[in-house]
Write a new protein. Sequence first.
Length: 186
Amino acid sequence: MCSDRILTVPRAVALLPLAAWAFVFHEKVQRDEAWAILWGCHVATLLLALGLATRRRQLVAIATLYHVAAGLPGWLTDWIIGGHTTVSSLISHVMTPALGLWVLGGLRLPRGTLAGAIGFHAALLPLSAWLTPAALNVNQAFRVWGPARPYLPGHPAVAWGASVVVTGLALAVGWWLGRRLSRAGG
């Protein structure tokens, strides 16, 4: 499926995550929640589509790691705590990382993937703060995640730092597991 840099999958495969993103976006617009498309997992879906369309393994790896280590656990947590999800969200959060893993042949990640995924998340924070309502706290751009609030100051800079650290830790664990699994598999 891939060499060190260039993927050999048909470019048309990029239409799968793009269709999933469009389905989620349509649903968000219908519910007057278009801002929610800036959650990291949804932007990572677009990054995956871009990586597949341009056949750039690094972009696919960053998007896949982000989905597996941050997007999927965040979505599952939200679903368990909130008690509901949508069909589009289920498709987006399950199909997208599964497609990335399939194209990459598992979590065999090129060098720089972890730093790229952390940088991707860090870049989303100012965008989320600029483009989304503070009350919605997209990507924790305005305040620390609820359960951590009693332990950390409420300043947005602390929220950004905590968001990058927590997401970075999740990404690092995903990256480490990928390295361990790829060594065990040969």
